[in-house]
Design a protein around this ligand. Structure first.
Ligand SMILES: [Zn+2]
Length: 121
């Protein structure tokens, strides 16, 4: 379990690091409006004088991680895991599977009906 735990933390850090890099490099106006302020050569340091951490960056990374976790908890693979462990009733499993399929189909239809600009992020 310890190895799995450390492997997950390593992946989470890689994911958070890459998310910050993508947000930092983005030219999308919306992304620019909510990405964390980061130190550049021209800009001052945004680290908190009290604790030495850039709270915006830390909060951004936390939000990205929690957002991803929220998605994982409604992913079909997650429900399959619950099913394999007899931890979800067949009715609820079917309900979530059907609901997820409807969301996937709805997104596909939206893409066909209303093509939108892909965000940079
Ligand atoms: Zn602080």
């Amino acid at each position: 379990m310890k190895e799995l735990y450390h492997a997950l933390i390593r992946e989470i850090v890689i994911f958070a690091k890459r998310s910050i890099e993508i947000a930092k490099e983005s030219t999308n106006r919306e992304v620019k409006s909510w990405r964390p302020l980061l130190k550049t050569d021209e800009m001052e340091d945004f680290c908190c004088p009290g604790c030495g951490i850039n709270h915006e960056t830390r909060d951004f990374a936390r939000a990205v991680i929690l957002h991803t976790l929220a998605h994982a908890e409604v992913d079909n693979r997650y429900f399959e895991m619950l099913k394999e462990n007899n931890s979800i009733t067949p009715d609820v499993f079917d309900e979530f599977s059907k609901s997820n399929q409807e969301v996937v189909e709805s997104k596909r239809n939206d893409e066909v009906d209303q093509p939108t600009e892909e965000p940079d992020f």
